[in-house]
Design a protein around this ligand. Structure first.
Ligand code: PLP
Length: 395
């Protein structure tokens, strides 16, 4: 028998439907130039110093004296130490042994659910949010409860009542700064979540993929800035949106030694899982990570983040001038706004495409609570974003 949970996955036609409507428009209006601000993928090139590190590592493998075979499943010491130093630069003590390095965090987040018992665990998932958390929970067969994110809570929900677990263990997926809403938890809000988790024995899975976009001092760059987080939270960090590694692939996670449930250390069972089901990330990309997290690497890749920030401002200036409610932008490459005049997400998509020839992403594609909202991204070129902003003055 196959795992029938796959048939329970929602058919997510979001990006195919966006492409279909866009192609149809282009075919019917050959003279019009459509600007796409919908994609969540980066466009700026790798920092040269990081790219060179990857190339040099590849070069080593061409020679018998420097050739390497399999590496450690959880990552080479040099890359785990680079992560540890990165945390230290933020004043956070993370031991290199608590770090696992992998090919981006999409798969780590998908796989970490292996640590929990499907019958005795309930997943809490934000709505709207990056679809992976829900999908991986469905595939494994977990019960899911949703955390409503809305204008009322500024898309940063507070913990539910302690009785939510209902006799089960709780695992909470938190994404901050969030994709798609761009909303980020403040220290005070996150403290509430950490206290909730420690009180109820919940485990927080903290997706920190957009940490480097944070500019608001009230928002922590790591959940470990919050006292008590080491006994309840696992943190995931990706180099995809910060150092432009969406194609290269590289990410890491931290499981503190103090995090124990049922008398078992989660770090130990995660390492067991990884050494059983995974053979480690490439040497080359780990050398890339080592340099990407160095002072020079960060200085260079932050220039790209500044580039995207300049795009963000072009869009948020328009929204500000029109008094449109939005989240994101300040701490995120995403701008999430309320569709004007009470329009639904797809209705607004069509309006934006037909009237202004601009493409974005309908919010409802990220969860039911996204209905009536829309996501634009700052990952386009400056020229395109400036032209889109000019057109949107007529919004
Ligand atoms: N988490 C969030 C919130 C994301 O937006 C993305 C990618 O868009 C990922 C995780 C996946 O990251 P990676 O490329 O490291 O697999």
């Amino acid at each position: 028998m196959i795992n029938r949970n796959y048939s329970k996955l929602e058919k997510n036609y979001l990006f195919t439907e966006v492409a279909r409507r866009c192609d149809e428009f282009v075919a019917a209006n050959p003279g019009k130039r459509v600007i796409k601000l919908g994609v969540g993928d980066v466009t700026r090139p790798l920092a040269p110093v990081t790219a060179d590190a990857i190339i040099n590592a590849m070069e080593e493998l061409k020679h018998a004296e420097t050739f390497r075979g399999y590496g450690p499943e959880v990552g080479y010491a040099f890359s785990r130490e680079a992560v540890s130093r990165y945390y230290a630069s933020r004043g956070i003590a993370v031991d290199a042994d608590e770090v696992t390095v992998g090919d981006g965090i999409g798969e780590d987040i998908a796989n970490i659910v292996d640590l929990f018992d499907i019958h005795e665990t309930k997943m809490l998932v934000q709505n709207p949010v990056y679809p992976l958390y829900k999908a991986t929970s469905i595939i494994s067969g977990f019960e899911i409860e949703y955390l409503k994110c809305s204008k009322e809570n500024n898309f940063t929900p507070a913990p539910p009542s302690d009785s939510t677990a209902d006799g089960k263990g709780l695992v909470v997926f938190l994404c901050s700064p969030n994709n798609p809403t761009g909303a980020a938890f403040t220290r005070d809000q996150l403290r509430e979540w950490v206290e909730f988790a420690n009180r109820t024995n919940a485990v927080i899975l903290y997706d920190n993929a957009y940490e480097r976009y944070i500019t608001d001092n009230r928002c922590p760059h790591s959940i470990y800035e919050i006292e008590g987080a080491r006994s309840c939270a696992i943190e995931f960090n990706s180099l995809s949106k910060t150092a432009g590694f969406t194609c290269v692939r590289m990410g890491y996670n931290v499981i503190p030694k103090e995090l124990e449930r049922d008398g078992m250390q989660l770090l130990t069972i995660w390492k067991q899982r990884q050494t059983t089901k995974y053979n480690g990330a490439p040497y080359m990309t780990q050398r890339g990570l080592e340099v990407a997290l160095s002072e020079e690497g960060l200085r260079e890749s932050d220039k790209n983040i500044d580039y995207y920030r300049r795009n963000v401002k072009l869009i948020t200036d328009i929204l500000d001038s029109k008094g449109i409610y939005y989240t994101g932008g300040v701490n995120s490459p995403y701008i999430w706004f309320e569709c004007p005049n009470g329009m639904k997400s797809w209705e607004f998509f069509d309006h934006l495409l037909n009237r202004f020839n601009v493409v974005g992403t309908p919010g409802v594609g990220f969860g039911t609570e996204g209905e009536g909202y829309f996501r634009l991204t700052s990952f386009g070129s400056y020229e395109d974003t400036a032209e889109a902003a000019e057109r949107l003055k007529e919004l």
